[in-house]
Ligand binder design. Structure first.
Ligand code: ZN
Ligand code: ZN
Length: 400
């Protein structure tokens, strides 16, 4: 078969469903659901798969859906993964498709990921693999709840056994029509902590009779950054961010305690294992100095995504075919986290970024920003890229 002809056909097919993709994405964007609550999103995905005649299972990893597109003959299995959950942030966009749900919005682009995978499902029903099959993984709860892990526990990588997996994330740092990938170690391990500083409450006018937990906390917050700058190798990246502080009652009351919530990001496993102890030591030292005490709850979250470098030529082929030559570039690791890592720990995987930046459309805001939006021209490109990747990966598995 003439590959170039078939492959440019994929892009043409994707462009033919552009309006449908936009409608799906806008529907999802207006009806965001948080992690493990994606009931309507899951039903929406199931309805599309049913219309396409694709067999699927629902309730995998609670609200996840897994579709299977079989080729003409039996063979290997390649999986494509999209996440479906939204964020607990108020949408600040003034557009007709803005979130209709107060305090919830698709500001990480997972509505686009779900749409792009539904688009790939549509393309694959028309361009079935000759041999083998493509598993479509619609995953819940990427934003901190580890939906990938739940799906793996429910057997998503088995029966048929997945041999290669890929997925994408839309990203504002790349222009529409471009894509980036980081070879090897590509995202941070993301750990979480809750820290409580206990002082002694009292009257604001008599600080000497109490222990001011807010004053102690201010020392703690800056001292934690000294771990980053003075206690670890500057070549080993570390982020300690406190994203939330709560404490106190009124202007004339000394706060008895303060609670802080934060995240720790590392790329190095050894360093990752040292941070909890370093934090305890620094916080205890400050609390001792001022007569306060502390409690640190430290929880290990997502591991780093490790992209299998042997899959980069397949991604390169997909990029060259769908986007044109010179559109894929290599990126540095990100301190962001991504639970795609759980799949990539089990089977060879590659996670790449799809450009959605378009200055003229104003799609320049970063992920998790209240104004985040995508250039919808990227939707068919994503669908065609994933489809091309799956078909090329299957061909490579057959020939290996
Ligand atoms: Zn996110
Ligand atoms: Zn995301």
């Amino acid at each position: 078969m003439n590959e170039t002809k078939q492959e440019s056909q994929l892009l043409a097919d994707a462009k033919n469903i552009h309006q449908e993709l936009i409608a799906w994405r806008r529907h999802l964007h207006q009806h965001p659901e948080l992690g493990f609550e994606e009931n309507d999103t899951s039903l929406f995905v199931q309805e599309r798969l049913r219309q396409l005649g694709i067999e699927f299972q629902s309730g995998i990893g609670r609200t996840g859906v897994v579709g299977l597109i079989k080729g003409d003959e039996p063979g290997p299995t390649v999986a494509l993964r999209a996440d479906m959950d939204a964020l607990p942030i108020q949408d600040a966009k003034n557009v007709p498709y803005a979130s209709k749900i107060e305090g919830k919005a698709h500001l990480c682009g997972h509505d686009a990921h779900t749409t792009i995978l539904l688009g790939a499902a549509t393309l694959l029903t028309k361009n079935k693999p000759k041999k083998g099959q493509v598993k479509l993984i619609f995953q819940p709860a990427e934003e901190g709840f580890g939906g990938a892990n739940e799906m793996i526990k429910d057997g998503v990588l088995k029966n048929p056994d997945v041999e290669i997996i890929s997925g994408l994330h839309v990203h504002h740092t790349a222009e529409t029509g471009f894509t980036t990938v980081c070879p090897g170690l590509s995202s941070a391990a993301t750990d979480m902590f809750n820290l409580t500083i206990h002082g002694k409450g009292g009257h604001a006018a008599h600080p000497h009779l109490s222990v001011d937990s807010i004053a102690v906390t201010s020392e703690v917050v800056s001292a934690l950054q000294q771990i980053v700058s003075r206690q670890v190798d500057p070549i080993a990246p570390l982020v300690i961010t406190i994203g939330k502080i709560e404490g106190g009652y009124a202007r004339n009351v000394i706060a008895p305690s303060v609670r802080l919530e934060g995240t720790v990001r590392t790329l190095d496993l050894q360093l990752r294992s040292e941070i909890e102890e370093k934090m305890n030591r620094v916080v205890k030292g400050i609390c001792d100095a001022f007569g306060a005490t502390h409690e640190l709850e430290y929880e290990y979250g997502y591991p780093s995504v490790i992209n299998d470098e042997t899959l980069i030529p397949i991604l390169q082929e997909a990029s060259d075919t769908i986007l044109g030559t010179g559109k894929l570039s290599l990126a540095k690791p990100s301190m962001g986290g991504e639970d795609f890592s759980y799949y990539a720990q089990q089977v060879p995987g590659i996670f790449f970024r799809l450009g959605i930046r378009n200055e003229s459309k104003g799609t320049t805001f970063p992920l998790h920003h209240p104004m985040f939006d995508i250039d919808e021209d990227a939707l068919p490109l994503g669908s065609a890229m994933l489809t091309q990747f799956a078909l090329s990966a299957l061909r490579r598995l057959e020939n290996s």
